[in-house]
Design a binder for this molecule. Structure first.
Ligand SMILES: Cc1cc2nc3c(=O)[nH]c(=O)nc-3n(C[C@H](O)[C@H](O)[C@H](O)COP(=O)(O)OP(=O)(O)OC[C@H]3O[C@@H](n4cnc5c(N)ncnc54)[C@H](O)[C@@H]3O)c2cc1C
Length: 490
């Protein structure tokens, strides 16, 4: 008998789960409330400029390759990929930058120039990071649906106990004195959503992803990946519906019966929600929700973001494809995100200009700029505040690049807390879900299978393994493996 699966949302975890289930013969429909697919990885086009609205750092290419191989395909059947060099440029002040190049060998030279002896420490640090990466990706990631604490206990992880107790900051500080090198080595933690001092040292595997595996760019940006996964899904029989807002999940006692989409009833056997977890639980009666309001309030949330998409009518010199503006103290900024949530007085920020490596993303002679300031969730958001920060960002960019840019802005659009809530039903306007702290790792994250409603499953950045595109793709596999095991097609 056929089994009908509805997947709420079209983020990477949903797109991934759809493919795995369709391959096994489930009848899958993906329903997305917005007008385009991709979740937080939507694309935005204006006046000849193209922007990826969310993710832009393509790390852990092996996870993407594996995904397509699972369907006897190659990633290169769908999109081309280039390793960026430099991977990124870090601004510490005017004429004070460090470029991270595309091989560990070259990066070691840069480190040595900055701090004598640091290349030896870097080699050791990255060797340890690689060993963590091998354990995390090969032995853990795909085998940990977060159902039992025992998933964490393997011969290899037992040998790594110390790295779960220590944190990234401690390990970085042991080997490096330069505040600039420390800032660069702590940067990958930003993807995990918590402070370096709160992130287990085991997560140094992200440093291996950074320096060991490198930063890649799909030819036309991240949206290439969305299109590739949708194409694959269509070839497997998945249906994708946009403009479909799921208004409620219908139950028969404690079992999934269907859902109401745009006021219409749809029957199904299984539901996966890749939408934000708290929102999904708000779609069912209170007595069937697993987590209370207090549960969500107490969680450590990954930051929200203030984003700007800017069209410049000229080329922006002295910047790379990816740029980190670390000319301010991140510890102060981090306090404004995590300890005492408020707008940061002196924020660091990130900017990319994809037109540096693909001129099709901006009209000839122009540049597209994407700017991101990490901020606390749930803080006040209005256009006055946004425009204040836009001025801060552009003034800093002018100062650090030595270029007059304000007069060359054709347009800018912003996206912030209120938009994350309105567009994605995101809890508190979070951008990357729940942080990967020790107490929010593996089985300590929200369940991927509801303990109260039969046939209701969850995927995405709030579940296992955590925030980021590669984890979201893995999350789709974990949830579909569980469904294939539990909800057999007879
Ligand atoms: C600004 C930004 C920058 C980022 N940068 C990077 C990066 O450089 N590299 C990286 O790896 N990761 C990055 N991330 C994180 C990464 O994008 C996410 O972790 C990942 O894409 C989340 O995927 P997901 O499957 O959890 O679903 P999401 O992308 O969260 O999608 C959920 C979908 O559900 C839909 N939905 C919600 N409610 C309903 C409803 N009731 N009915 C129907 N649909 C609904 C939403 O509209 C949304 O489309 C970034 C994220 C953001 C926001």
């Amino acid at each position: 008998m056929d089994k009908y699966v509805f997947i709420i949302g079209s983020g990477f975890s949903s797109l991934s789960a759809a493919c795995y289930l369709a391959k096994k013969g489930y009848k899958v429909t993906v329903v997305e409330k917005n007008t385009t697919l991709g979740g937080r990885a939507r694309q935005f086009k204006k006046n000849g400029f193209t922007f990826d609205m969310g993710p832009s750092w393509y790390w852990m290419p092996d996870v993407f390759e594996k995904f397509f191989k699972d369907f006897n395909k190659e990633r290169s059947d769908y999109y081309s990929l280039t390793k960026l060099n430099p991977a990124y440029k870090v601004f510490f002040g005017k004429n004070d930058t460090i470029s991270i190049e595309d091989s560990l060998h070259k990066i070691k030279k840069v480190f040595e120039k900055e701090e004598k002896g640091s290349s030896i420490h870097l080699e050791k640090f990255i060797n340890e990071a690689k060993s963590n990466y091998d354990i995390a990706v090969k032995d853990m990631l795909y085998k940990m649906p977060g159902i039992s604490p025992l998933e964490l206990v393997t011969r290899k992880t037992i040998l790594k106990v110390r790295s779960f107790i220590s944190n990234i900051r401690k390990e970085v500080n042991k080997g490096f004195v330069s505040h600039r090198l420390r800032a660069i080595l702590e940067f990958p933690v930003l993807f995990l959503g918590a402070k370096a001092s709160k992130t287990p040292a085991f997560y140094s595997f992200m440093n291996y992803a950074d320096f060991g595996l490198g930063t890649w760019q799909p030819k036309n940006g991240f949206f290439d990946v969305v299109e590739a996964m949708v194409d694959l899904g269509k070839s497997l029989g998945v249906k994708y519906l946009i403009n479909c807002n799921v208004e409620s999940i219908e139950l028969e006692k404690n079992k999934v019966k269907g859902l109401i989409i745009n006021k219409e009833n749809h029957l199904c056997d299984i539901i996966i929600s890749g939408a934000d977890y708290a929102h999904t639980e708000s779609l069912i009666q209170k007595k069937y929700r697993q987590y209370s309001k207090e549960y969500w309030i107490k969680k450590t949330w990954a930051p929200s973001s203030l984003l700007f998409y800017v069209g410049f009518d000229k080329k922006v010199p002295n910047v790379a494809h990816h740029n980190l503006f670390f000319d301010t103290d991140f510890d102060k900024h981090a306090k404004d995100i995590y300890d005492n949530p408020k707008w940061p007085s002196n924020p660091l920020f990130y900017a990319n200009f994809t037109s540096k490596t693909n001129e099709k993303t901006a009209p000839s002679g122009c540049e597209n700029g994407f700017f991101l300031i990490p901020i606390a969730t749930n803080i006040e958001d209005n256009y006055k505040i946004r425009s204040k920060y836009f001025n801060i960002v552009i003034s800093r960019l002018e100062e650090l690049t030595g270029e007059n840019l304000k007069k060359h802005i054709l347009f800018y659009e912003s996206f912030c807390v209120n938009d994350f809530i309105k567009e994605y039903n995101s809890y508190g306007g979070n951008a990357y879900g729940l942080a990967n702290t020790l107490m929010q790792t593996a089985f300590l994250r929200p369940n991927i299978r509801s303990s109260k409603v039969k046939n209701l499953y969850f995927s995405g950045q709030l579940t296992v393994p955590g925030p980021g595109v590669p984890p979201a793709i893995v999350s789709g596999k974990l949830v579909s493996d569980l469904i294939i095991k539990n909800e057999k097609i007879i």
